[in-house]
Structures are given as structure tokens and as C-alpha cells.
Design a binder for this molecule. Structure first.
Ligand SMILES: Nc1nc2c(ncn2[C@@H]2O[C@H](COP(=O)(O)OP(=O)(O)OP(=O)(O)O)[C@@H](O)[C@H]2O)c(=O)[nH]1
Length: 607
């Protein structure tokens, strides 16, 4: 391709992302775009094609963003190249959203015609506006009986403050509005700028480890041209490699002769060292390098931490390797080694939320074949000691002795809850019971309000979201951002099994809730921990004072003898069940503690 051809091609590129509240239909719209542009044949088409992880398909959610090249023959007779970046909608994955937005020039904003603007609609569209993206509103699911596109149009204008007079009315399910949307992408999303003659600057916005080809980078080229065979340099890490292959995903990888300014594609360079290739870094040429790297990304602060331990201690190094590989694919993941008396060697790992934690744990187990014990999630507390120091405590068992603590601070968030009028009372009652402090309440329209509360992050993690959903019959949506640290009356609860303190079960809680949660957890542990042939006391203690207690009774009968009799099928099943159960157990002293026990802290009484 010569320079004129490249310039002409650049004018025909459209890079856009799709943002929405969870379940408003982003992935379905992406699928329809792939279909309408014949990027995939009907035979290849499966629902939610871009959700490539098994986990995403099973749960019906998008976890990772995906960048795909699509070719579109427009009404003006020209052929256009679309780079579509699908993004997740859940609050835990907003980091992925902001990374993909930095690579795009426009954003399709999908709003459900029956539900209207929800908490993450706002959060995500503001990220797009901050990135100076052209916003194309799409009102989706107009086929639903409860759809009210006109009301939603007004809401988009009033609440978000963007023009929605020519919003596309769509039903991704039925394919309605898709041709119109494709034309609008051509006319409304600006073609990428970016000097083809300038030194190479390519923003790495995602990467993944491939055991044959090494690290595969997903990049947005901002300036210059990149070809196989060229020597490249990572501007922040300083590492140098030779490019072996460039290409695009469409959605299967297709090799290309080059990637040029404006392109979104992949780069392979036999990169074996994972640490060399972090998302947010800038690629340039070794010869004629760019003057400086692109701004990259703000580092993400994890919201919660938990301990990850292999059930088999010999798998410690495997777990570290797996975490390093996952980190490539998920820059928001943080970990460092820690040890527990009860669990041995493992890692304190930082997550953006509980869903994120769940997903990482499941990916480690499936993709890397590991069996793990995960300890209960905890926020990071700030303990101010009597000798004037501040200790960051992400692992409750590491809280300094009470006598050494002057005071403790915990993270608070500003929570935004959108809810129909009828449930405002229920929301306020709930927020207050979780130590929330009222901030503001604004009307979204005559039927819905946006209530804001300052809340302790630990309460949000505990059960706030579940309670919010059940107390509002699923109508409330929630978004939150860290607002800072506040002093609170907090205490550490230790759990003793058979009179032995189990460090991995300690948790920190507000003094007012200490008694109740101690009672609940001792009761839950009694149900979860398997009986032995001796009695096991389960105690909760604040310092040396026992505040709650239950007892796991001893069993008499030898249940395993049943396995040796009966029909072989049943016996095999029983053995298998036992084996699977065993995997996720950890012997703590004389007591076998199953994985579930470590999460018992998260349970409230009714469950
Ligand atoms: N009735 C109707 N249902 C739709 C339409 N578009 C999507 N859906 C359904 O809405 C649900 C959510 O759609 P998705 O495309 O997975 O939503 P998403 O926004 O990508 O969700 P996440 O990936 O989890 O953020 C699915 O059950 C879809 O089948 C539509 O136009 N009409």
C-alpha cells in the first residue's frame, strides 16, 4: 500500500465502542452488526459471538472487551472499515470500558426502551464524554410491550444532557434499526486522525498470552505505520522485539501486511516475558522512535482484596504463573505473596468487586486447572497507630493489636441509586441500616429518582446490592465510586475452631454489627464444617473475649462404610463426589474447612 492508498483508507475507518447498562443489549447489537455486514456466515453465527470465554456465555455477560474489524458497503457506494469494540456493562468492569474508549472515536450508547437510563448508563456515557467521543444514542428493545421510546428519548436528553432527537430506534432481537445504525456510524463517527508519516505510536489496550506465539497485543495505532519484520520498542518497559505478525480479528485472526494510524489490530512479536508488555504502554520503532509515550491509563485501585491459596501447597508456583498470565489479560488484577498459618502460602489479590473476584477465581480454576481456597473479601482499612504511623490493612488478620491502635478509617463510596418513586422509602431505609449518609435526591422524570448516599464500601460488598435488588423487586440500579476514608468504630472478629484461631477467617466489622455478625457466622460455620468424631467448638472473639459460640456435634456412625457396599455405579458416584468435595477443603489443625466456610462472612442471617 502506498501513502495515497493509506490516506484514502484512513478516511474510511470508523472506530467505535458500544456502552450501556448491563443487559440493555450491547452484545446482541454487536452480533447483529456482524451479521448485517456478513462478517460471519449464518452458519458461524452464534448468539453473543463476541463473548468468547465459556464463562461469558454461561453467565450471559461480557467480561472482556473484544475488538473486531467489520467491512461495510454504505449507501454512498463506498466501502468502510469498522473497528468495533464491545465492552462489559457491570460496574466491576468499568476499567475495561475506559480502556476501550481510549481506542475509539465514537460510542454507541444503548439504552433499553423499557428501562430507560440506569446507573451504569450514566457512568459509562460519562466515560465516553470524557474521552471526547461522538455519542450515537440507540434506544433498543422497542419490541417489548413495556417499551416507551419517547419517554426514554426525553430521559436521555434530560438526564445525560445529549441530543437524542435522532436516536436510532432498534430491536436488536428482531434486527430492527440495524441498517440505520450502520449508516449513522459512517456519517456521525469521525474518521481517525493520525499522521501516517510520523514516528510510530501505538497504544496497547489489551494483551493475552498464547502459548505458541507469546504475548499477543491489541493496539490502536495513533500515528505511523507498523509492519512485520520491524524492530519495536515498548516505551515504558524499554523492551525490544521484532514483529512477527500483525493483523485484525474479524472475528477470527486475519494476517495483514501492515497496521497504520487509525487501525485497531493485533501485534505478535514472540514476546515471552509477560512483564515487558503491559496494557497502557506505547509501542514505537527502535529506529526513529516517537519522542514520548502516549498518556496510557490511570492505574486502577482495587476495591476489595482476598487471599488466594492453592488447596495443594505444591501448586504455589503454578498459581503465581497463572496470576501473571491473567494479569496480562486483566490489568486491573493485583497480587502479592502472603502467608497464612491456616492456609500456607498464597497471594493477597486485589479485585474491582465481587463479580470480578468470582470471575478471576473461576478463570484460574478452568483455564489453569487449579484448585483454590479463596478467603472472604475485605476492603483496605487504614489503622493509625499510637506511634503515629498509618498501616494499610487489606488482610484483617494483620490489623495491629487493639492497644496499638489510635483509630481506624475505612473507605466510603458515593453510591448512586436509580429507582422508581414507589421504592424510594425502601432504598433509604436500607441505606440507613447499612450506615449510609444521605447526600441528594433528584428526579429523573415524574416516576423515577436518583438517590445518592455516602456508604461504607464494606457494606456494599457485604450484601447491599442483593438487598437493594430484593427490596425494590429488581428495579433499582446501583453505581458507586470511592469518595475517601472516614473514621469508624471498627473491631476485628477472630474465629476459633476447636480452640485454635484460624487467621484466614478473621474479619473486620463495625462495632454495632459485631455481635450479630459473630452470631450469624458461628451458626453458618456449624452448618458448613463437616462433623468429625469429636466435638468442635466454633467461637467468635473480639480480642480475648468470646462473643458468640456454636458447637459442631461429633458423629458416631462410620458413613464411609456405605461406599464399600451397594452397587458399583453408586459407589463410583459417591467416591467422585467425595473427591470433588475434598479438592476444595483445607485441613486446618484437626478440622477440615471447606471453601464455603471462608465466604460465610458474606452471608446475612436469612440465607
Ligand atoms: N426483547 C428484546 N430483547 C433483547 C433485545 N436486545 C437484546 N435483548 C435481550 O436482552 C438480554 C441482554 O442482552 P445482551 O446483548 O447480552 O446485553 P449486554 O448489554 O451485552 O449485557 P452485558 O454483556 O452483560 O453487559 C438478552 O437476553 C437479549 O436476548 C431486543 O431488542 N429486544
Amino acid at each position: 500500500m502506498n501513502i495515497e492508498e493509506m490516506q484514502a483508507r484512513q478516511k474510511h475507518i470508523r472506530n467505535f465502542s458500544i456502552v450501556a447498562h448491563i443487559d440493555h443489549g450491547k452484545s446482541t447489537i454487536s452480533d447483529r452488526i456482524l451479521e448485517a455486514t456478513h462478517t460471519v456466515t449464518e452458519r458461524e453465527m452464534q448468539d453473543q459471538l463476541l463473548d468468547t470465554m465459556d464463562l461469558e456465555r454461561e453467565r450471559g455477560i461480557t467480561i472482556k472487551m473484544n475488538a473486531v474489524e467489520v467491512h461495510y458497503h454504505a449507501k454512498d457506494g463506498e466501502n468502510y472499515i469498522f473497528h468495533l469494540v464491545d465492552t462489559p456493562g457491570h460496574v466491576d468492569f468499568s476499567y475495561e470500558v475506559s480502556r476501550s474508549l481510549a481506542a475509539a472515536d465514537g460510542a454507541i450508547l444503548v439504552v433499553d426502551a423499557a428501562q430507560g437510563v440506569e446507573a451504569q448508563t450514566l457512568a459509562n456515557v460519562y466515560l465516553a464524554i470524557e474521552n471526547d467521543l461522538e455519542i450515537l444514542p440507540v434506544i433498543n428493545k422497542i419490541d417489548l410491550p413495556a417499551a416507551d421510546p419517547e419517554a426514554v428519548r426525553t430521559e436521555i436528553e434530560d438526564v445525560i444532557g445529549i441530543d437524542a432527537s435522532d436516536a436510532v430506534l432498534a430491536s436488536a432481537k428482531k434486527g430492527v434499526g440495524i441498517p440505520e445504525l450502520l449508516e449513522k456510524i459512517v456519517t456521525d463517527v469521525p474518521a481517525p486522525q493520525g499522521d501516517l508519516d510520523a514516528p510510530l505510536q501505538a497504544l496497547i489496550f489489551d494483551s493475552a498470552y498464547d502459548s505458541y506465539r507469546g504475548v499477543i497485543l491489541t493496539v490502536r495505532v495513533m500515528s505511523g505505520v507498523l509492519r512485520p519484520g520491524e524492530k519495536i520498542k515498548f516505551m515504558n518497559s524499554g523492551a525490544e522485539y521484532e514483529v512477527t505478525e500483525v493483523g485484525v480479528n474479524s472475528p477470527m485472526p486475519i494476517k495483514r501486511e501492515l497496521l497504520m494510524a487509525g487501525d485497531i489490530g493485533y501485534v505478535a512479536a514472540s514476546i515471552k516475558n509477560i512483564r515487558d508488555a503491559r496494557p497502557g504502554d506505547t509501542l514505537t520503532h527502535v529506529k526513529q522512535p516517537a519522542m514520548e509515550p502516549l498518556p496510557g491509563y490511570q492505574p486502577m485501585t482495587p476495591m476489595v482484596y482476598s487471599g488466594l491459596y492453592p488447596t495443594d501447597n505444591a501448586k504455589y508456583n503454578d498459581l503465581r504463573d497463572a496470576l501473571e498470565k491473567l494479569q496480562l489479560n486483566d490489568a486491573s488484577l493485583e497480587f502479592e505473596p502472603e502467608t497464612s498459618q491456616a492456609l500456607g502460602f498464597g497471594f493477597r489479590t486485589g479485585f474491582l468487586g465481587l463479580l470480578h473476584m468470582d470471575v478471576i477465581q473461576e478463570r484460574l480454576e478452568r483455564e489453569f486447572d487449579l484448585d483454590l481456597i479463596t478467603t472472604a473479601p475485605s476492603v483496605t482499612y487504614h489503622a493509625y497507630t499510637t506511634d503515629g504511623e498509618m498501616v494499610e490493612v487489606a488482610n484483617p488478620s494483620e490489623l495491629p493489636e487493639v492497644s496499638e491502635i489510635k483509630y481506624i478509617e475505612e473507605p466510603f463510596v458515593l453510591a448512586q441509586i436509580m429507582v422508581p418513586n414507589d421504592y424510594v422509602g425502601a432504598v433509604m431505609e436500607l441505606a440507613q441500616s447499612k450506615r449510609g449518609e444521605f447526600d441528594t435526591m433528584d428526579y429523573l422524570d415524574e416516576n423515577r429518582v436518583n438517590v445518592k448516599y455516602y456508604m461504607p464500601l464494606s457494606e456494599i460488598i457485604f450484601d447491599f446490592f442483593d438487598k437493594l435488588k430484593s427490596n425494590t423487586r429488581g428495579y433499582a440500579s446501583l453505581d458507586y465510586e470511592l469518595s475517601g476514608y472516614r473514621q469508624s468504630e471498627l473491631v476485628k472478629i477472630d474465629i476459633l475452631l476447636n480452640n485454635e484461631k484460624v487467621d484466614a477467617l478473621s474479619f473486620i466489622v463495625h462495632r454495632d454489627f459485631a455481635q450479630e455478625r459473630s452470631r450469624v457466622i458461628t451458626k453458618k460455620l456449624k452448618e458448613i464444617i463437616p462433623r468429625r468424631n469429636f466435638e468442635i467448638p466454633v467461637q467468635a472473639a473480639v480480642g480475648s473475649k468470646i462473643v458468640a459460640r456454636s458447637t459442631i456435634k461429633a458423629y458416631r456412625k462410620d458413613v464411609t462404610s456405605r461406599i464399600h457396599t451397594g452397587d458399583p455405579d453408586r459407589r463410583a458416584k459417591l467416591l467422585d463426589k467425595q473427591k470433588r468435595g475434598k479438592k476444595r477443603m483445607k485441613a486446618v489443625g484437626t478440622v477440615e474447612v471447606p471453601q464455603e466456610a471462608f465466604m460465610a462472612v458474606l452471608k446475612s442471617d436469612e440465607e
